[in-house]
Write a protein that binds this ligand. Structure first.
Ligand code: 4NP
Length: 161
């Protein structure tokens, strides 16, 4: 069976989406080795293309065992909408950008990542870039929670297939 391809998308691809990529990759390796996943991340804006994740995000993630240092920011490109099975936005602003760019056939692949977290509204991972250090912990809390829900959902789908 071919792998499930998942793309995480935020604005700059240096805080939230690379963290989601690393958390899902790490968690899947430990907790769902039966799943074959390909995970990647991208930004809707190009301010930080080619850069590694924000050092504040890297440090907070490393304290929880997630290694972000090798990742580099890139922008979403049109081929992503065909290549990935799920394109998961961190907030509504990025969701809207993705929905506008998706074709009719790929639009249903575009969702909010926090739909998988099992929380009430709002379904958004807040942008931590201009906030204080607690913002990075909140990003990790929300992403870990949604990652667990996503893996649970994918396991069920795999079993049902
Ligand atoms: P991200 O955070 O979208 O989670 O990567 C941001 C990174 C950079 C900027 C905004 C948000 N920026 O304005 O440069």
């Amino acid at each position: 069976m071919r792998s499930v391809r998942i793309l995480f998308v935020c604005l700059g691809n240096i805080c939230r989406s690379p963290t989601a990529e690393a958390v899902v990759r790490t968690m899947a390796a430990h907790e769902a080795p039966e799943l074959t996943l390909e995970v990647d991340s991208a930004g809707t804006a190009g301010y930080h293309v080619g850069e590694p994740p924000d050092p504040r995000m890297q440090a907070a993630a490393a304290r929880r065992g997630y290694e972000l240092g090798a990742l580099r920011a890139r922008m979403i490109e049109s081929g992503d909408f065909e290549r990935f099975d799920l394109i998961l936005a961190m907030d509504r602003q990025n969701l809207t950008v993705l929905q506008r760019r998706a074709s009719e056939t790929s639009r249903e692949r575009v969702r909010l990542f926090l739909e998988f977290a099992g929380l009430g509204e709002p379904h958004e991972v807040p942008d931590p870039y201009y906030g204080g250090p607690n913002g990075f912990e909140e990003v990790l809390d929300l992403i870990e929670r949604a990652a667990r829900g996503l893996l649970r959902d994918l396991r069920q789908r795999t079993r049902a297939a």
